[in-house]
Design a protein around this ligand. Structure first.
Ligand SMILES: [Zn+2]
Length: 321
């Protein structure tokens, strides 16, 4: 039988990442296009399919060589229907992504949340190493979560399961993108870390973060990690709080899942041990010893490819079922 390929699509607010992937997981072709946010992102499916059609032609494949398209979207996704309920950064509301993309391509289309496909990708070919029970946390602009339990990614009744970033950690905390207050991502995301730093600066605390603030008019999470390394007390206090809150939330999630692997990814994870060592310590403090004893923290390996690889895996899994 001729080799078959899957299309992996990872839709973000700035770019759409695309890849043609062999069933073995080898990436044949990988590229990205700009996300067209005009008219509430209505042309995105067309942009995706015309780009895929052009690419497969260029590498000598036909659409009959494809088993289907897997797509990840940044928002709440009803995985049964492939409808994106809400994707704030794109402007989609009740957007029938699977149906749209399916009509254009004539191929089966499977859609899931972007954090879930990243978890699947890491678990297939990255740091998860095909764990049966895994928690993936992506710490970037927001905090994404994906959970694999008994070998399956968890979606729940309407695609909202595993949204670790929206676990409430402060009942009267800062406002979150989801419309509520005090979610984990208001504290532990890059945005949340920067927000806390600016709060300290505005309350006239003595901190070397002030220099970055004066130079650039803002403070980033990276500044906070850098200044903590230089011994800035306020930066240390912020990171202690971030890792403590994150460790607590992951420990609680781990009580539900009992994972063998906890994969930490996203831009903030580039801080490496400066994040992972205190995070592990906080996790051990809050988790049941039997749970922490069985859980290994690992850094995500696939970087930006996790999404397209996981999306391709989703199709592969669906077509086999
Ligand atoms: Zn939230």
């Amino acid at each position: 039988m001729a080799e078959k390929y899957a299309v992996g699509v990872d839709i973000g607010g700035t770019t759409v990442k695309l890849a043609i992937i062999k069933e073995s997981g080898d990436i044949v072709e990988k590229w990205e296009i700009e996300t067209n946010l005009e008219n509430n992102g209505s042309s995105i499916p067309e942009d995706i399919w015309s780009s895929v059609a052009k690419t497969i032609k260029a590498i000598g494949l036909r659409s009959s060589d494809l088993i289907g398209i897997g797509a990840g979207a940044p928002g709440f996704v009803d995985t049964d229907t492939g409808v994106v309920a809400v994707a704030v950064n794109i402007g989609w509301k009740n957007f029938a992504l699977a149906e749209n993309l399916g009509q254009l391509s004539g191929l089966p289309v499977v859609v899931d949340n972007d954090a879930n496909i990243a978890a699947l990708g890491e678990n297939w070919l990255g740091a998860g190493n095909q764990a049966e029970n895994l928690i993936a946390v992506t710490i970037g602009t927001g905090v994404g979560g994906g959970i694999i339990a008994n070998g399956q990614v968890i979606n729940g009744v309407n695609g909202t399961a595993g949204e670790i970033g929206h676990i409430t950690v402060e009942t009267d905390g800062a406002p979150c993108n989801c419309g509520r207050n005090g979610c984990l991502e208001t504290v532990a995301s890059a945005t949340g870390i920067a927000r806390q730093a600016e709060q300290y600066i505005k309350s006239n605390q003595e901190t070397s973060l002030l220099t970055a603030y004066k130079e650039n008019g803002r403070v980033t999470a990276k500044d906070v990690f850098e200044q903590a390394k230089n011994g800035d007390k306020i930066s240390e206090v912020i990171l202690e709080r971030v890792t403590d809150v994150l460790g607590l939330a992951i420990a609680n999630a781990a009580t539900v899942v009992n994972p063998s692997k906890i994969v930490i990814g996203g831009g903030v994870s580039k801080a490496g041990d400066q994040l992972l060592v205190p995070l592990r310590k906080a996790f051990d403090k809050f988790a049941l010893p039997r749970i922490s004893g069985a859980a290994e923290f690992v850094t995500a390996k696939l970087g930006n490819d996790a999404g397209v690889i996981g999306a391709a895996y989703l199709v592969k899994q669906e077509m086999r079922a």
